[in-house]
Ligand binder design. Structure first.
Ligand SMILES: C[S@@+](CC[C@H](N)C(=O)[O-])C[C@H]1O[C@@H](n2cnc3c(N)ncnc32)[C@H](O)[C@@H]1O
Length: 276
């Protein structure tokens, strides 16, 4: 699998999600469901009912693996950048916190996601949010221009995570901060999963080892890098989904192997700062 092949597959996958409103990325037992399970997924990963109701309909597709907005301590007037904004759920929640004097920019590389997010902004009459088409490895954002970067279950999908954090560092102002929800690994995955495109686009096999992830964030220049929260990934959906079951049977994956995989995957909330 070349890097460009993976990027193409990720884009295809999220283009389908944007059009079909299906969800399935993140450590939730309900992750195999359709759009009507998105609210349940959101609640499970840390969003309140108030958050869910506040966002425009269709902005939450249950694609996250945490709630970075809840921990970002956003202040009125701040400029926020969301890496891989999808249909815009976190951008809309952030927009309410930064108010009319603040601004939120969402960047996503999938044109169908950006269209959907823009439509959601229009439906919700958000005037302080904009969505830009672009890759998070080459951010369409000026140097030293952003107060806070958020991202939710996206960086694991990147084909160059070091470059993502270098770009994040470039666009943040001095004393700007990161609040990232993402997937990391505590043990290497079995070979068949490492080679699986489905596991990559499903936010599993592109994930880095936790220690390597922390080192990558540090190497980009960030200070005070800390994991605030760490939650094991549940494979309950895989156990109950008929398609996943057929693949498991086909690949002769034993329950022991499945349990081992489950204990290797975690969602994290990570923070860091660009020193002044
Ligand atoms: C799992 S979804 C998460 C969406 C959103 N953060 C949320 O929580 O609803 C991943 C999103 O990241 C986008 N994405 C993946 N890799 C990207 C990259 N390298 N550059 C920009 N966007 C990317 C996809 O198009 C998709 O919309």
């Amino acid at each position: 699998m070349t890097k460009e092949f993976i990027r193409k597959k990720v884009r295809e996958r999220y283009s389908r999600v944007a059009k079909e409103q299906r969800s399935c990325c993140g450590p939730s037992p309900t992750c195999c469901g359709s759009a009507n399970t998105a609210d349940a997924i959101a609640q499970k990963i840390g969003y309140s009912e108030k958050d869910i109701v506040a966002a425009p309909e269709g902005a939450n597709l249950g694609l996250g693996c945490g709630n970075p907005v809840a921990l970002a301590s956003l202040q009125p007037g701040e400029i926020v950048l969301d890496l891989g904004s999808g249909p815009g759920f976190d951008c809309f929640l952030a927009a309410r916190r930064v108010g009319d004097t603040g601004r939120v920019i969402g960047v996503d590389m999938t044109p169908d996601m950006v269209s959907r997010a823009r439509e959601n902004a229009r439906k919700g009459s958000y005037i302080n949010v904009e969505f830009r088409l672009g890759e998070i490895e080459h951010l369409p954002v000026a140097d030293n221009s952003v107060d806070v970067i958020i991202s939710n279950c996206v960086i694991n999908l990147s084909i160059d995570k070091s470059q993502v954090f270098q770009e994040a560092f470039r666009v943040l102002k001095s004393n700007g901060r990161l609040m990232i929800s993402d997937i990391v690994l505590l043990k290497p995955l079995p070979e068949f999963l490492q080679q699986s495109v489905a596991a990559y686009v499903g936010c599993i096999s592109g994930a880095m080892q936790k220690q390597e992830y922390l080192e990558t964030v540090h190497a980009a220049g960030f200070q005070q890098v800390r994991i605030l929260k760490e939650t094991p990934f549940s494979l309950d959906c895989v156990r109950t989904d008929p398609t996943a079951q057929a693949i498991i049977a086909d690949l002769k994956i034993s329950p022991e192997i499945l349990n081992g995989i489950e204990g290797s995957i975690f969602s994290i909330h990570l923070t860091g700062q660009k020193a002044g």
